[in-house]
Design a protein around this ligand. Structure first.
Ligand code: ADP
Ligand code: MG
Length: 424
């Protein structure tokens, strides 16, 4: 009838959750000082939500109407993202909810994910405000990749989802004890490490894991033969899709969901100001989503580990650390080869008998990712898909993503590419 309907395109709406208590208590000031202007300039519409107490963010995302939001971004340390991820996984519609792109802006004292994301972008190392600017810039660019999560089972049958680490012994103790040095910022971990070294102790427990079977490297020119697996295979979780992100060079202005090509695993969310969030194809077709609630690799905590697992002979440890990002803190490059979606739990443990200077050397070398080259006979590194830890020492601390959890037997398995992450 001569009426022209204008294409209605929603802007890309970002919820930014700020923990004003995180780090030195300046997260809000850091946001207004360094990020706000950048987002305005890039015309990224956002809503700021300031958390009022612990688990506020968790409750909020558990109940939120997620159709209102194109991304959830955390301006805090890693602890607030842990809340958000677990809030999403507690929803009835967790399968869809966990696909909401997640972003991180370093505002805490433990900014391991921010440091990792920055590292994945192949930028030279950055700290403090420089790291914040880098993460702010990534948010403006809006590229999204997939991120592995790890599901963690505790003795009380509680199940948690983790994006960063599971730690016991030295690392967990430093993490918790250094909370009181929070006002000094990221350097709190170095202070905590020095204090803990003075009272270095041994932690007794049993450790077992399911190793990643790496394909044997074939000599050049040889032909790959197909052999049926000789050992019974675990029901495999679908490995994540390739992670290299292609910048969105030709956004289709007319459609919000723009499939680049029929076979593309990326699509684009465009907003009114031509900002685009380029993502992989939503992983609904990915089997890992369907099986995520099953944890097919894990027997009950009261059952013995399967035959295919490796049981560590030693029972005296200084630390056990399972990590699934490259960085454990801004200045701790723990896993040189890690990617957000490599489908691997990088398991490190240090056995008893290591001297204080040797342990300190490891942590100092970790700043440049050089700890594995130290030749320390007490340090072991394995790539695994699942693990179980049963502490024998009656007291100790276990942390998940830097947050303390119940002390006792714990087991974990990788969930490849379950979440989505805004990255460079
Ligand atoms: P940091 O790196 O400084 O420790 P985190 O993001 O890890 O920062 O947050 C530390 C803890 O504070 C987490 O356990 C988080 O759940 C909690 N928290 C979140 N919001 C608030 C708030 N408004 N007041 C107090 N604690 C909060
Ligand atoms: Mg924290």
């Amino acid at each position: 009838d001569g009426v022209v309907y204008a294409e209605v395109r929603r802007p890309c709406r970002v919820m930014i959750l700020v923990n004003p208590q995180s780090g030195r208590g300046q997260a809000l000031q850091l946001f207004t000082g360094h990020v706000q202007g950048m987002l305005t300039e890039a015309a990224v519409p956002y809503t700021l939500v300031i958390t009022e107490h612990q688990n506020h963010a968790r409750e909020l995302v558990r109940k939120a109407d997620l159709s209102q939001w194109d991304a959830l971004v955390i301006m805090s340390g890693d602890g607030l993202l842990f809340e958000v991820i677990n809030g999403l996984m507690e929803r009835e519609d967790w399968q869809e909810a966990i696909q909401t792109p997640l972003g991180i802006l370093p505002g805490g004292s433990g900014n391991a994910l921010a440091a990792s994301v920055h590292h994945y972008s192949q930028s030279p190392p950055a700290w403090n405000e420089e790291l914040l600017l880098s993460c702010g810039f990534m948010l403006c660019k809006g590229l999204v990749g997939s991120m592995d999560l790890v599901s963690i089972h505790l003795a009380s049958r509680q199940r948690l989802f983790s994006f960063l680490s599971l730690a016991w012994g030295f690392v967990a103790d430093v993490d918790m004890e250094s909370e009181k040095y929070r006002h000094v910022g990221a350097i709190r971990f170095l202070m905590g490490t020095l204090v803990r070294l003075a009272s270095l102790r041994v932690y007794q427990g049993r450790l077992a894991y399911l190793p990643v079977i790496e394909a044997p490297k074939l000599p050049k020119g040889s032909i790959k033969a197909h052999h049926p697996p000789s050992t019974p295979q675990h029901p495999s979780l679908c490995s994540s899709l390739p992670c290299r992100l292609i910048p969105n060079t030709s956004p289709n202005q007319n459609s919000r969901h723009n499939h680049n090509s029929t076979n593309s695993n990326r699509y684009t969310i465009t907003n009114s100001s031509n900002n685009a969030i380029t993502t992989k194809r939503p992983a609904t077709q990915c089997e890992s989503k369907i099986r995520a609630q099953e944890d097919s690799l894990l027997p009950g905590l009261d059952q013995p580990v399967p035959q295919s697992w490796t049981v560590v002979r030693e029972e005296d440890f200084v630390l056990v650390l399972a990590i699934y990002q490259s960085h454990l803190a801004e200045d701790l490059w723990t896993v040189p080869g890690a990617m957000a979606d490599d489908g691997v739990i990088h398991l490190f443990y240090v056995t008893a008998g290591i001297s204080r200077p040797a342990l300190l050397r490891l942590f100092l070398a970790m700043e440049k990712g050089g700890h594995l080259a130290c030749g320390c006979p007490h340090l072991v590194y394995e790539k695994v898909k699942a693990l179980r830890l049963e502490p024998i020492s009656p007291q100790g601390m276990i942390t998940v993503d830097g947050e303390m959890v119940e002390y006792g037997p714990v087991q974990a398995q990788i969930q490849p590419g379950l979440a989505r992450l805004i990255c460079g």
